[in-house]
Structure formats: structure tokens, C-alpha cells
Design a protein around this ligand. Structure first.
Ligand code: GN1
Ligand code: MG
Length: 365
């Protein structure tokens, strides 16, 4: 695949110098397009994973709606719309993507330079900034009254995940189920508890809003002074509950180890990070979250971590078709690490609820 040739299909300014791979996402492939001119921006090129995103044009439409809306908000507060919002670069024929001869979908946006990213939140202060970032994002799109196209039906919907789970277990395509009785019971023992939460979303008691759905800390760009600049990776913007964003953030931020830590003993939930994030998050969202959302905020950390245990284990049983793996036991290793995190959250759950209450009451006072 000739990346320079792909890049030539977009409305870029300047001259392309080189295209280099960046990071190692589980889902898409990402590259940086460096331009020769100092004065011209660099770009981010992504091959979108069409196996997971089965409707890339719709996904790009969602992203564009959100970016356009956020840009307006940034301009209204005298911010820099080129740095505090993502900018999609259209293809030569004016589409939000380019489809190559092999049917692969590519998209380009401006590379926001001179920023800092983190793979983990080591301090409550950094967690506070991250919480503020996600809270700001949700607050900025709270009045975007256009529904997102549902490009990932059932993404953080545990009822949908149980349907997938039941089907995969019934099939047991690579014969891994027999040795996983204990791990499977981790999922089954909590099925009802998780469904009971989801029923509140289904009934509308917990409302559906525009949400990010992949709120890991490395999806936030910070400026050099440590302030939140911009929330990136908008592939999964969807109509969902805000709690899913909060919970997914807590799954990544509070983990004292790695998502796939080889050593489960290194993994636990750091409650001071939970507190920092919650303070930042609620500072931006207290004005629009309802009582039920506040009541279940802490629960959402358990919910999303549980969902991730289920998804990693399900992919392992399925023969590793969804997540990219680095070795044959990778999805199993991820499952164990995420389960350790879940149990640590369960132990600290009363304290997490107490923290949310105190912060919410302080902000409301
Ligand atoms: C995937 O985009 P990326 O690699 O950050 C996944 C998330 C999982 C995450 C686990 C579309 O996110 O839902 O939580 O991996 N995204 C999709 O690390 O499935
Ligand atoms: Mg990502």
C-alpha cells in the first residue's frame, strides 16, 4: 500500500514529505502525514477498520456534526477552533473519506501539534483535567439536537452484549470454553445486576445524550501547561448515556496497572484518581445531569469494566476476531487484568458512591 498515494487523494495544503505510522491502536491504523513546509500543518491519516465500523461514511458524518458544533462553541468562547476542535480534511471529491481500490476507507484530519498525551493518569490533578475534558465535551454537545447515526448498534448496551456472549458460548468455535468455567462464572454471576442498571437506560430514567464512548486518557490532548485542549478519536460518538463515558474513563484512569497487565497484582482501582476525575467531570456536567445519573455515576465504573471483562473474554472464546492481539493468550490476559480491576472497584464501591455524593452536593451548594 502506497501511503503517499492515498494522501494525494485529500485536500491537503503544502507538499507531502513523508508518511509515518503512529501508535498501535487496537482498531484503526494511524499515520502522520508530514508536510515539507514549516508553516503548513501536518495531518493525521487513518485507515478506518471497516470490519468494526461497517458504515464508515455514516461514522464520518457523525464526527463532522460533532466537530462543527464544537468549533462553534470554541469560537464563541474566543478559543482556537483549529486546536481545540478536530478538523476533518475532505477528499478531492469533497467526501469526508476516501475509498481506495481495495475498498479500504481512509480519513484525514489536522494533526494538532505541540500537545501532550498520557497513557495513564498518575495524579489526581491530571485525572481532574481529564474529567474536565470529558465533561466539557459532553457539555458542548449537550445542545446538539441532531441524532447521531447508530453506527455501532448496542455498543455499550449490556443486553446486546449478552446476546453476543450467549451466541459465542453456544458455538465455542475454538473449544476454549471448557477450561474457562471460573472466568465465565465471573460474567454470569453479575448478569442480573448489570441488566438491572441497563433497564434504567431503556426506560429513559437515565437519559440518552451525545457521548464519546472511548474516553481513555490517551484520547485527550493536553497543552504544554497541562490544560485540556481537545478530545480526539471521535469514531464512537453515539447517542448513549453519559455514564458510559464516565465509566470507561474510570476503567482506564484509575487502573494502577496496565489494561492487559501480566501481573494482576499490579492492577487495582486508585480511589484518589476516581475522586480527581469525578471533581473535574462534575464541575462541567452538574448543570445538566439528573438525579438518577448522579446516583449511578459510581456504578458506571463497575458497569464498563464488567463489560470489558465480558468483551475480552468473549473475543478469546470466539478465537480472537475483534481485538488485535500480540500473542495467543492476550485476550485472556486482558480479561484477568480487567477482572482484577472490577473486583477492586467492587471493594471500594461504597466509598466511590460517597465521593460522588459529596462532590455533587458541594457543586450544587
Ligand atoms: C477499543 O479505539 P480503541 O482501540 O481505543 C474499543 C473500545 C475498548 C478498547 C479497549 C470501537 O478502543 O471499546 O474499550 O479498545 N473500541 C471499539 O482498550 O470497539
Ligand atoms: Mg482510541
Amino acid at each position: 500500500m502506497n501511503l503517499e498515494k492515498i494522501a494525494a487523494n485529500f485536500q491537503l495544503e503544502g507538499t507531502v514529505d513523508r508518511v509515518e505510522a503512529m501508535g498501535e491502536g487496537f482498531i484503526n491504523d494511524t499515520f502522520i502525514i508530514y508536510t515539507k513546509e514549516e508553516s503548513v500543518t501536518n495531518y493525521l491519516l487513518q485507515r478506518k477498520n471497516k470490519r468494526i465500523f461497517t458504515n464508515v461514511p455514516a461514522m464520518m458524518e457523525n464526527i463532522q456534526k460533532v466537530c462543527t458544533h464544537i468549533k462553534k462553541k470554541v469560537i464563541a468562547k474566543n478559543g482556537d477552533p483549529m486546536r481545540e476542535a478536530m478538523t476533518i480534511i475532505p477528499s478531492l471529491d469533497g467526501k469526508l473519506y476516501f475509498q481506495d481500490e481495495e475498498g479500504e476507507y481512509w480519513a484525514v484530519c489536522i494533526f494538532i501539534g505541540n500537545t501532550i498525551t498520557y497513557n495513564s493518569a498518575k495524579t489526581p490533578e491530571l485525572a481532574y483535567q481529564g474529567g474536565k475534558g470529558i465533561g466539557m465535551f459532553q457539555a458542548m454537545v449537550a445542545d446538539l439536537n441532531e441524532p447521531m447515526i447508530d453506527i455501532l448498534p448496542g455498543f455499550h448496551n449490556i443486553r446486546f452484549r449478552f446476546n453476543q456472549w450467549d451466541a459465542v458460548l453456544a458455538k465455542d468455535p475454538v473449544g476454549r470454553k471448557a477450561k474457562l468455567a471460573t472466568e465465565i462464572s465471573w460474567v454470569e454471576n453479575r448478569r442480573e445486576e448489570m441488566l438491572n442498571f441497563w433497564k434504567l437506560v431503556e426506560s429513559g430514567e437515565i437519559p440518552t445524550r451525545i457521548t464519546h464512548n472511548d474516553t481513555k486518557i490517551n484520547n485527550i490532548l493536553f497543552d504544554q501547561s497541562g490544560e485540556v485542549l481537545c478530545v480526539i478519536d471521535l469514531d464512537t460518538v453515539l447517542n448513549s448515556t453519559c455514564l458510559n463515558d464516565f465509566g470507561d474513563a474510570m476503567r482506564s484512569y484509575t487502573n494502577t496497572g496496565e489494561e492487559d497487565d501480566e501481573n494482576p497484582d499490579a492492577v487495582s482501582c486508585d480511589i484518589s484518581i476516581f475522586e480527581g476525575f469525578t471533581k473535574g467531570y462534575l464541575s462541567q456536567t452538574i448543570g445538566f445531569l439528573n438525579e438518577k445519573e448522579l446516583e449511578y455515576l459510581a456504578f458506571s465504573a463497575k458497569y464498563i469494566t464488567y463489560e470489558q471483562v465480558l468483551r475480552f473474554l468473549m473475543d478469546y472464546i470466539d478465537g480472537d476476531n475483534y481485538y488485535k492481539i500480540k500473542h495467543p493468550e492476550h485476550n485472556y490476559q486482558r480479561t484477568i487484568a480487567q477482572y482484577k480491576l472490577l473486583t477492586s472497584m467492587e471493594e471500594q464501591y461504597p466509598e466511590m458512591c460517597r465521593i460522588v455524593k459529596i462532590i455533587a452536593n458541594q457543586l450544587k451548594a
